[in-house]
Design a protein around this ligand. Structure first.
Ligand code: DUC
Ligand code: ZN
Ligand code: ZN
Length: 485
């Protein structure tokens, strides 16, 4: 058998197995796995290296305007390059609807923006205006194109669609086999806290963390799960940042609810003290939900270890520490006017490898599951996230021993800071392939602008979890009313 590339002599790691062997690649696909394979136009020596499915970044804001119109610092070129240097072979950023905009327009806009990507991509659709046309025509059309995840917000006045809007989206998603993602924080609790803090003249960056209580996340997760259960729709909770929120996810999974969730490196690595710095330096660490405390970090790590989360995602939301980003609304501004988000797409895998695998908190196989395989399964990316014949040759080859300090230059993004600056990291992705093409090799970019392809995704797999039938929607218990979606 002829191969374009053979990856030779590495330790092959998937979400379920670890073995020694070679991988044969032809036409962008893995075509053979064996103890030893001959030939290959190109042979990559992976002796002493870990050969894993390339990361799939399932939460990133790329070339996306915030609801207040601030464009993030990374476009699809810089964002995809940064992702690849961080060990990712593909990503699923958001395509955001602004109120009044049609979903068809949103997709056309993002297709243009994404054309420069060096790695494969899809989009999660952010829906902020669920009109009848959106629900009945536009979302089903997006779904047919392979966009099988819709994200909604329970907070921010410009984005929050209310409980009724959420029920509508959940119902449409369920009918088509899409999954609904949710930013779960209670809008009114946050607004009430903002008013109290403003009245007391407490507006420095650190009060951002105080303004968004843990209870706001816990309440909203609980409510989101109840809404999803009422219509028996699968739900994905993004960026879980609290022990209470994670506990709800764990409890509901145990009960069989079709529930999925992620947390992010910043909630495992950083605490709210980072916001308490002289002047406006704390603005670098303004993200929502906010950074929490050391106790929460420990609890979140336990949930990572025990399977509460499908993924650890970056929530890369890059706003530079200047007037184009964090200070778009002025320099000496109260915390609610600081652009909300932090970068991390290149740091996600190295952080989790170093703090997770090297420190013995998770196994290598769990690392692969949390960074790649589970995202592929949850979001219907059928040809990625594994090492098997027939899969895309999306592969990251790691040196597990190199130690370095995280620094801005290693991120390869358009940012002027990294929140992980100075962190000691062990392990580096040395070679990253997307569909058989080398994108990054020993610190050098080899991929070309525009080389990435849109990946149409499959419907969500409903075989996981038992689902839920509310008594009031069950004709055998609701006087025969047939109103279930
Ligand atoms: N939610 C995100 O998912 N990212 C950035 C800001 C936010 O509120
Ligand atoms: Zn969010
Ligand atoms: Zn986000």
């Amino acid at each position: 058998m002829e191969f374009d590339t053979v990856i030779h002599g590495g330790t092959l790691v998937t979400a379920s197995e670890t073995s020694k062997g070679d991988i044969g690649i032809r036409n962008g696909r893995i075509v053979a796995l064996a103890e030893s394979l001959p030939g290959g136009e190109r042979r990559i020596d992976a002796g002493g290296r870990l050969v894993m499915p390339g990361g799939i970044e399932a939460h990133a804001h790329i070339a996306q305007e915030s609801s207040s119109g601030i464009m993030g610092a990374d476009d699809y070129l810089s964002g995809s390059i940064s992702a690849a240097f961080g060990g990712n072979s593909s990503f699923i950023p958001f395509a955001a609807q602004h109120r009044g905009q049609s979903i068809d327009d949103v997709i056309t806009t993002y297709d243009q923006r994404a054309a420069s990507s060096v790695i494969d991509y899809s989009y999660h659709l952010i829906v902020t205006d669920p009109t009848a046309e959106v629900l009945e025509d536009q979302l089903p059309r997006a779904f047919k194109r392979g966009i099988t995840s819709f994200k909604v917000f329970m907070t921010y006045d410009m984005m929050n669609i209310g409980d009724g809007g959420m029920l509508d989206i959940l119902t449409v998603a369920r009918a088509h086999g899409a999954i609904t993602m949710v930013h779960a924080e209670n809008n009114d609790m946050i607004k009430w806290m903002n008013k109290r803090l403003a009245a007391a003249d407490l507006t420095e960056p650190k009060y951002h963390a105080i303004s968004r209580p843990e209870l706001a996340e816990e309440e909203a997760i609980n409510r989101a799960v109840s809404l999803a259960k009422l219509v028996d729709a699968p739900l994905f909770i993004v960026h879980v940042s609290t022990a209470g929120g994670a506990a709800i996810v764990q409890r509901e999974k145990l009960a069989g609810t079709r529930l999925f969730a992620e947390t992010c490196p910043q909630y495992l690595a950083l605490t709210r003290e980072k916001l308490d710095q002289p002047g406006m330096d704390g603005a670098k660490f303004v993200c929502s939900p906010p950074l929490r405390d050391a106790e929460t970090q420990e609890a979140l790590w336990r949930h990572v270890q025990s399977g509460t989360f499908e993924s650890v995602s970056s929530d890369h939301a890059p706003y530079r520490f200047d007037d184009t980003g964090k200070f778009m609304n002025g320099r000496d501004i109260p915390y609610p006017k600081i652009a909300n988000g932090m970068p991390g797409i290149a740091a996600r895998l190295p952080y989790l490898f170093s703090e997770g695998v090297v420190k013995g908190r998770i196994s290598l196989n769990e690392f692969v599951a949390l960074t790649s395989t589970n995202a592929a399964k949850t979001f219907g990316v059928t040809k990625k996230g594994g090492l098997a014949p027939g899969m895309d040759a999306d592969i990251a080859i790691w040196n597990p021993e190199v130690t370095r300090k995280a620094t801005l230059a290693d991120q390869h993004d358009n940012m002027d800071y990294t929140p992980f600056e100075g962190m000691e990291l062990t392990g580096v992705p040395e070679i990253v392939l997307n569909r058989g093409a080398v994108i990054v090799e020993h610190g050098e970019l080899k991929g070309q602008e525009g080389q990435g392809r849109f990946v149409p995704r499959a419907p969500v797999d409903l075989s996981k979890g038992r689902g839920y039938l509310a008594k009031e929607l069950d004709p055998s218990r609701n006087f025969g009313a047939r109103i279930a979606p």
